[in-house]
Design a protein around this ligand. Structure first.
Ligand SMILES: [Zn+2]
Length: 110
């Protein structure tokens, strides 16, 4: 079991669809996207990124699911750079903690 597989399990338990997809040229800089619409949760991961980045991206997008899906004002998020950066930093901190926890657990065979 890898950390990535653990992350996929976490997503599955929450009924989040995770899709790995090659993105069109204008979106190659995107690592991933979380979308919550019509009561459906979906994470798209850029398939062409190195695995370590994909792992971080999946954890980061799970952070958006956990922390932001019902609370973020999308218009404000698009318009205000400080708010945007605050939200992204929060998802990054969530990802770092989740990855550290999963690695710690896997090392111990838990
Ligand atoms: Zn993000």
């Amino acid at each position: 079991m890898s950390v990535y597989q653990e992350l996929l399990k976490i997503a599955k338990r929450r009924h989040i669809r995770v899709i790995e997809e090659s993105l069109p040229e204008e979106l190659v800089f995107f690592n991933g996207i979380f979308a919550h619409c019509l009561d459906m949760d979906m994470i798209v991961i850029n398939k062409d990124k190195p695995w370590k980045e994909k792992e971080f991206t999946l954890a980061h997008e799970l952070g958006h699911y956990q922390l932001h899906r019902l609370t973020v004002d999308l218009a404000y998020y698009e318009a205000d750079n400080d708010y945007h950066n605050f939200i992204e930093d929060e998802a990054n901190r969530f990802a770092n903690r989740l990855l550290a926890f999963l690695a710690w657990r896997l090392e111990r065979g838990l």
